[in-house]
Ligand binder design. Structure first.
Ligand SMILES: Cc1cc2nc3c(=O)[nH]c(=O)nc-3n(C[C@H](O)[C@H](O)[C@H](O)COP(=O)(O)O)c2cc1C
Length: 156
C-alpha cells in the first residue's frame, strides 16, 4: 500500500525504461514491475489477464501519442497495451496525455482521444507549459494532484 492506501502495480513499456529503471518503481511500490509479455510462460496464471482482472482502476501516465493510438485502434503488442485491452469493461481507465504540442494537436491524436472519450475512457487534459523539447504550449502532463483527484472520482 502507498500513502493513498492503494496498492500500485506498474507496467513499463520499452521506451519508458529508457527514462526510468523498473527498479525505481519496484522500490517505490514494493511490487514487481511488469515489462515483458512472455517472461512467465510457465506460470499457472496468464499474467496480462490476471493483472487486468485484479485492477480497481488503470491509469496511463504519461500517455504517449503512441499508446493513445494503440488503445484507440485495439493494438496489443506489448505488456501495457495487452493489459489495457484485457481490462474488464467496468474497470475505469484513465489516460494523462503528455507530448509535444504538435503531437498533441495532430489530428490523429485528437481523433484517437475523441474515440477513447466516446468509449468512456477518462482523459485527463494536459497543461500548457514549457515542454521538455523547449517549446511552450499544451502538452505537459496534468499535475499529479489533478490525476489523483480524477482517479479517486473514477473509482468512487
Ligand atoms: C527524449 C524523448 C522524449 C519523448 N517524449 C515523448 C512524450 O512526451 N510524449 C510522446 O508521446 N512521445 C514522446 N517520445 C517519443 C516516444 O518515446 C515514442 O513515440 C515511443 O515509441 C513511445 O512508446 P510507448 O508508447 O510504447 O512508451 C519521446 C522520445 C524521446 C527520445
Amino acid at each position: 500500500m502507498n500513502k493513498t492506501g492503494c496498492s500500485v502495480h506498474v507496467i513499463m513499456t520499452k521506451s519508458a525504461q529508457m527514462f526510468i529503471t523498473p527498479l525505481t518503481f519496484q522500490t517505490l511500490t514494493q511490487n514487481k514491475v511488469h515489462t515483458e509479455m512472455f517472461e512467465r510462460l510457465s506460470a499457472v496464471t496468464v499474467e496480462h489477464i490476471s493483472l487486468a482482472k485484479a485492477a480497481d482502476a488503470a491509469l496511463v501516465a504519461p500517455a504517449t501519442a503512441n499508446i493513445l493510438g494503440k488503445l484507440a485502434h485495439g493494438i496489443a503488442d506489448d505488456m501495457l497495451s495487452t493489459v489495457l485491452m484485457a481490462l474488464p469493461s467496468q474497470t475505469p481507465l484513465l489516460v494523462a496525455p503528455a507530448m509535444n504540442t504538435a503531437m498533441y494537436e495532430h489530428p490523429a491524436t485528437q481523433e484517437n482521444l475523441a474515440v477513447l472519450k466516446r468509449r468512456g475512457v477518462h482523459v485527463i487534459a494536459p497543461r500548457e507549459s514549457r515542454l521538455a523539447c523547449g517549446d511552450v504550449g499544451r502538452g505537459a502532463m496534468a499535475e499529479i494532484e489533478t490525476i489523483l483527484d480524477e482517479m479517486e472520482r473514477a473509482v468512487r
